[in-house]
Each structure stands twice: as C-alpha cells, then as structure tokens.
Write a protein of this length. Structure first.
Length: 144
C-alpha cells in the first residue's frame, strides 16, 4: 500500500502545473468524493472558482478492496457545461469504467473539450489522462 501525504498530493498536482495552467479550463468537474480535495487544490493553482461536483458511485463500501458495482451517477445538470473546456478531477482511475460512464453521461452536453486529471492511474487503465503517479498498488490518501 502507498500512503500519500498532503505534501505528496500537492507535489503530484504541481507536477502537471504547466499542462493545467495553460489549458484554458473554464471549469473543473470534481468526481465526489475522491476528486473534491484535488479539485480545490487545482482550482487555486489555475485560478478558477468554477468547480462543479458530480456524484459517481462505484464501490459498495468504503473498505479496502471493496466490492464494485456498476458506476452510478446521481443527477447532474450537464447543460451548465455547454461551450466550456472542462477538467474532470478524480482521485484514482483503475479500469476506467467510471470515467467511461461519466464521459457517456456528459455526451450531448455540448461542452467544448473535456480532459481528465487523476492523482493516481492504475496500470489497467489505457485511456489518455493527466496523472500524478502510475501504480498497481492500493493507495491511501491523507483525507481518508
């Protein structure tokens, strides 16, 4: 297991600072709950106050190695994203199933561009995202 400190989390985000600062994001879309803290740090880094939250559930419990369910999204008015450059912020991307569900859900919202940032990317995920570290190990975040 990898335990990330607050300092390490900030460093992982700042390692993507050039990409994040110069990508013209109009807003951040934090995936609750894990993406909330990184989204706030990124919002300060890039100077945006437009942070939206979407609730996406995949784990059945909060326990390590929790059983997974099909990703479920609570209602979110995706029309507020129309014409915007969006950065989706997540704490960890494993298989990409949740991110795929989210991107499918957002389709048709007429956003301009959507990118994804995750603190942790597991080896299993083959999609294109910005990330802090790539690992196969279980990760514990300082807010857990």
């Amino acid at each position: 297991m990898i335990s990330l400190s607050w300092e390490r989390v900030t460093d992982l985000i700042k390692s993507n600072e050039d990409i994040l600062k110069y990508s013209d994001y109009d807003c951040l879309l934090a995936v609750a709950r894990g993406g909330l803290v990184p989204a706030v740090i990124i919002s300060h880094l890039i100077g945006t106050r437009d942070v939206y939250v979407i609730n996406l559930k995949r784990n059945c419990t909060n326990k390590m190695y929790s059983k997974k369910m099909d990703p479920q999204i609570s209602y979110f008015d995706k029309n507020i994203l129309s014409g915007k450059n969006i950065l989706v912020v997540e704490d960890i991307v494993n298989t990409g199933e949740s991110i795929s569900k989210l991107l499918d859900y957002l389709s048709g919202s007429n956003y301009n561009r959507v990118d994804i940032f995750s603190l942790v990317k597991h080896d299993e995920y083959k999609g294109s995202i910005f990330y802090g570290i790539k690992t196969k190990e279980w990760v514990k975040f300082p807010w857990e």
